[in-house]
Design a protein around this ligand. Structure first.
Ligand code: NAD
Length: 492
């Protein structure tokens, strides 16, 4: 299908361009793809489907813009990036309603937290780059100076579950580092990244510094990762896609940063703050479980397991499943019918393997086709798929353990290692368990705490590398050591 009009389309009454943004201009494609709202499965419009040609134009524009952008230095770039953050902040309401309409995430959370976080991501990394100084020291008559240098064009590829937040998390450090960028937004939720291009223009970013190529992952995304002028690939998405991109990057020896899937444990010891642990456990249904960090494997110490299950069941019963635009809603829809069928498949196979449904387990037809009930499995055979694979839906499992050693072993019994959450009243146990769990982030008596200074990323199948603070710059920069003989210069 071809896009005939270059007009913006209205998404929840917000005008959004369905086109690419290349070299500071909106660009059309011969092909397009349709975007559906998960709220009611209506079409939101057609978006340009890029391929190798559009990717080539965007990378070429980014390559042309690179020398001047890099030469601005962190302070010069910071002026533009602070303006970009300000522009984002002035459009929070539009961003929130467009994202919710596009991916079904809760509007209140978007308005109050998620979109503001997008602006914060840009501002934080602009400021961090200004303070970033490589070490400098002398040894055996030689002075060593470590420099963080821009690398060229970065490819940024992101998923649909929090597209704006996750994209800005990459845009901030990539641009602050002095690189120019090509973003490939997720095809199921492409609109807020299109708005980001408008905001970059409003903030006065020079043409070619930030480019957006819309399209399907296997076409536009693949062309971007294969492009010979891409110097860095920063990818957030599934472990399966990570594996495909990893092969391409290995062939060209291009550094990758991978934030991938998870199957995180949420461990509750008998000595924990019971109410907080239950509240956090039921909170794992947030975004209909479409959260990479979700603690989907609940592990509860045997002596409190029955009361915990009862309390969790009550809390889940009180969740309101429905339209994510309504403030009272707790759980919205799954992103697409295809994804819903995938989630249903996991649930059906779990039942067939002998797991027991404690509650939920079905699509809530009276609410709408993509609304899946918060679901919990108990009495699960150890080999069951539901304990191993990422469902990415509102489906949790509950298992019990007797001892701390058993809890650690069960928490680590996964190929993933994105995050873990532990509830205990004992500080020494917290320290022991916290360091024994193999994951990029371990939260103790809290959940989702995220400071951009701290490294974030996945261990095992959950990723490669870390984002945040210096870690982001270690990825997006070339790190050069300049070693000069002390006293070898005759003039300044
Ligand atoms: P996905 O891997 O299907 O797609 C992610 C992005 O990659 C999309 O933009 C897609 O178009 C693109 N893509 C697909 N195939 C490609 C290819 N061959 N080459 C280049 N790009 C390609 O993932 P998804 O379904 O969009 O997102 C859900 C997954 O993302 C879950 O596994 C979730 O855990 C993970 N995720 C991880 C984090 C994290 O921080 N670790 C955060 C959010 C989501």
């Amino acid at each position: 299908m071809s896009i005939l009009s270059s007009e913006k389309i209205l998404v929840a009454n917000v005008p959004v361009s369905p086109q690419h943004y290349i070299d500071g201009k909106r660009v059309n494609s011969a092909n397009s793809f349709e975007v559906i709202s998960p709220i009611d499965e209506t079409s939101l419009g057609s978006v340009a489907a890029g391929g190798a040609d559009e990717v080539h134009a965007a990378v070429a524009a980014a390559k042309r813009a690179f020398p001047e952008w890099a030469a601005l230095g962190p302070k010069g770039r910071g002026v533009y990036l602070r303006r970009l953050a300000d522009v984002i902040e002035s459009h929070i309401e539009e961003l929130a309603i467009v994202e919710t309409t596009n991916n079904g995430s809760l509007l209140e959370a978007s308005r109050l937290r998620v979109m503001k976080r997008g602006a914060h991501n840009i501002r934080f990394f602009a400021e961090w780059a200004e303070k970033l100084e490589g070490e400098c020291w002398e040894s055996n008559g030689v002075q060593y100076q470590v420099k963080y240098q821009p690398t060229g064009v970065s490819a940024l590829i992101t998923p649909w579950n929090a597209p704006f937040m996750l994209t800005t998390w990459k845009v901030g450090p990539a641009l602050a580092a002095g690189n120019t960028i090509v973003i490939k937004p997720p095809e199921w939720a492409p609109f807020t990244c299109s708005l980001l291009a408008d905001f970059a223009e409003e903030a006065g970013l020079p043409p070619g510094v930030l480019n957006v190529v819309q399209g399907i992952g296997e076409e536009a995304g693949a062309a971007l990762t294969q492009h010979p002028d891409v110097a860095r690939i920063s990818f957030t998405g599934s472990s399966e896609t990570g594996r495909i991109i990893g092969k391409v990057a290995a062939e060209r020896v291009v550094p990758v940063s991978f934030e991938l899937g998870g199957k995180s444990p949420l461990v509750v010891f008998a000595d924990s703050n019971f109410d907080l642990a239950v509240r956090t456990a039921v909170g794992q249904y947030d975004n209909a479980g479409q959260v990479c960090l979700a603690g989907t494997r609940i592990l509860v110490q045997e002596e409190i397991a029955d009361t915990f299950l009862e309390a969790l069941k009550n809390a889940a019963n009180n969740l309101i499943l429905g339209d994510p635009r309504k403030p009272e809603t707790n759980v919205g829809p799954l992103i697409t019918r295809e994804h819903m069928e995938r989630v249903k498949g996991f649930v059906e196979r779990a039942k067939a393997e002998g797991a027991t449904v404690a509650y939920g387990g079905n699509v809530s037809e009276d609410v709408g086709g993509l609304y899946f009930e918060p679901t919990l499995f108990v009495d699960i055979p150890a080999h069951a798929e539901i304990l191993k694979e990422e469902v990415f839906g509102p489906v949790l499992t509950l298992q019990t353990f007797r001892t701390e050693e058993e809890a650690i072993a069960m928490a680590n019994d996964t190929e993933y290692g994105l995050a873990a959450t532990v509830f205990t009243g004992c500080e020494e146990r917290a320290a022991r368990v916290g360091s024994a769990i193999h994951a990029g982030t371990v939260w103790i008596n809290t959940f989702f705490a995220r400071d951009l200074k701290a490294p974030f990323g996945g261990s095992k199948k959950s990723g490669i590398g870390r984002e945040g603070g210096n870690w982001s710059f270690e990825f997006f920069c070339d790190i050069t050591t300049i070693s000069s003989r002390v006293g070898s210069f005759t003039k300044k």
